[in-house]
Ligand binder design. Structure first.
Ligand code: ADP
Ligand SMILES: O=P(O)(O)O[C@H]1O[C@H](CO)[C@@H](O[C@H]2O[C@H](CO)[C@@H](O)[C@H](O)[C@H]2O)[C@H](O)[C@H]1O
Length: 478
């Protein structure tokens, strides 16, 4: 193992964005794919791609569709000749680099100097491109090059860096050759003038001419200055309800149903815009069989990771069997991993973020058209999560007892689910007919299974949340 691999491997293994947690893996290579232009003396900002090889079975992730035995992760690194106390918390290691000599190496997204270089390169657009790195810009916005960068904290699959209140750069961590749906969808919705996304300003590609492949590394978009996280707003609403033991969800000041309805309308408008710019197709019985089969395979893989799913397996399979019995299903481009944490309430209404789809799925799968009910199901699951999370973690001294909390949690979640679905169907001019209800049930069940694996891997203390949804029926009242 070369000098840098050991500290890099340790650092990657601990990163929030690393998708291989709980699996057996080794760092099998690191490729320097480019350097940001115009760095001052004594510093190099290199974009590197680390190859992680898994030594356990490919179904260990809980995703049967995932067969790759290797994954690529983007690691932008700032190499300094001297240690940098200001970013000591972001030190990856100290080693002799063949190109840069003895260096103190930092996670570049924490480093304002390095991020300033990145923003300047974006401002230069195509002219800043060099080697395999290709910068792209959309017209219509002048970047504020004086803005300081701040790395977003919090739970994320990627790394997001704000430049003042002007722009936000998302550095994709797990990368795959091909089109990144987050960039492609933001481009289409920006060009269509959608009011429900942050405008796309630009993106960075890694272009390998020898293999004729492109890996999309980062995207730059409008910073939503007045945004409040939809998840945080939902938690505040639930806390309000729990604090008012004698009042029902529709009586407390923090009632969320109006926001849930506006979210339903926003999602419907996004779906309509996506349908206008991406293909809309009809899936026949054979394809539906494949969809149900994929859900069953996901369940089989999940049962290995979360044995507590076993008592619910028969009922889940029955839900997938009802899906299999459908004749035809309409599909289109959707969000793919929608939950309250992907929504932002701004002074100008709700915005939807992060169109990357489920991070654990291969890009080719995430780009496939899907049913709009997958997104609706994702939000319904989030309306179930919010009160359960408050019940688990956010209780004050006067909180109601567990039985009362369960009752109120169910009330909050049903009220907001109903408001959301009603507004969604009204805006789309469609009823929640039998086909839609079967699809919604199946997608909710599939999401619960996905969440069980996700929680077991990332937040074992919250595994009880998806499991509780199975004790009731996963698609209840939907
Ligand atoms: N355009 C934006 N302006 C301000 N904040 C944003 C914007 N886009 C996303 N965010 C915030 O950044 C967080 C992470 O963004 P997201 O796209 O979900 O990243 P990830 O792919 O890492 O999950 C979101 O929860 C949201 O709070
Ligand atoms: O935002 P990501 O694309 O990284 O999505 C992943 O992480 C989510 C958690 O942050 C996870 O969502 C689950 O937890 C949410 C609360 O934290 C809840 O609102 C969602 O309903 C629940 O699914 C998401 O599934 C995962 O893909």
């Amino acid at each position: 193992m070369s000098a840098e691999l050991a500290p890099l491997a340790t650092w990657i293994g601990e990163a929030r964005w690393f998708g291989g947690k709980g699996r057996e893996w080794t760092l099998t290579g690191v490729r320097r794919v480019g350097e940001l232009p115009d760095a001052p003396d004594g510093v190099h900002v290199a974009i590197e791609v680390a190859e992680v090889s898994f030594t356990d079975s490919s179904t260990g992730s809980g995703h049967a569709a995932e067969t790759a035995e290797t994954e690529l992760y983007q690691v932008p690194l700032a190499y300094y000749r001297e240690p940098q106390d200001r970013i000591a918390h972001a030190l990856v290691g100290e080693w002799d680099d063949p190109d840069f000599g003895h260096s103190w190496v930092y996670d570049a997204v924490h480093d304002r100097e390095a991020m300033g270089l990145w923003l300047t390169a974006f401002a230069g657009g195509e002219s800043a491109s060099r080697g395999e790195l290709a910068f792209h810009r959309l017209p219509g916005h002048d970047l504020d090059l004086e803005a300081h960068s701040t790395l977003f904290s919090g739970e994320q699959s990627n790394s997001s860096v704000a430049f003042g209140e002007d722009a936000l750069m998302k550095v994709f961590r797990k990368v795959t050759p091909g089109v990144n749906p987050d960039i492609a969808i933001h481009q289409v919705l920006t060009e269509a003038g959608s009011t429900h996304v942050a405008a796309l300003y630009g993106w960075l590609d890694l272009v390998d001419d020898e293999t004729n492949t492109t890996i999309q590394l980062a995207m730059l978009q409008q910073f939503l200055r007045t945004a409040s996280d939809g998840w945080d707003l939902a938690l505040a609403s639930v806390r309000n309800l729990f604090a008012e033991a004698d009042l029902h969800a529709d009586e407390v000041g923090g009632d969320f149903a109006g926001e849930a309805a506006r979210l339903g309308t926003a999602l419907a408008e996004v779906h309509t815009d996506l349908a206008a710019h991406f293909p809309v197709e009809e899936r026949d019985a054979g394809a539906i069989d494949g969809l149900a089969g994929a859900m069953e395979e996901r369940l089989d893989a999940a049962l290995v990771v979360v044995p507590d799913l076993a008592p619910h397996a028969d009922r889940l399979r029955a839900t997938y069997a009802a899906l299999r019995a459908l004749d035809a299903v309409e599909v289109q481009q959707v969000h793919g991993d929608l939950h309250l944490g992907q929504t932002l309430r701004t002074a100008r209404g709700w915005k939807i973020v992060d169109f990357e789809g489920e991070p654990a799925k291969p890009l080719a799968v995430r780009l496939k058209p899907d049913s709009v009910w997958r997104d609706v199901a994702g939000m319904i699951r989030s309306f179930d999560y919010a009160p359960r999370v408050v019940s688990l973690t956010g209780l004050g001294p006067d909180a109601p007892d567990a039985g009362q909390r369960d009752y109120r949690a169910a009330e909050w979640s049903a009220r907001n689910r109903a408001a959301f679905v009603e507004a969604y169907t009204a805006q789309r001019g469609r009823d929640l007919d039998r086909t839609a209800a079967v699809l919604l049930d199946a997608y909710i069940a599939d999401k619960v299974v996905y969440e069980a694996v996700y929680e077991a891997r990332n937040r074992p203390g919250w595994l009880s949340i998806p499991l509780a949804a199975l004790v009731d029926h996963p698609g209840r009242d939907a």
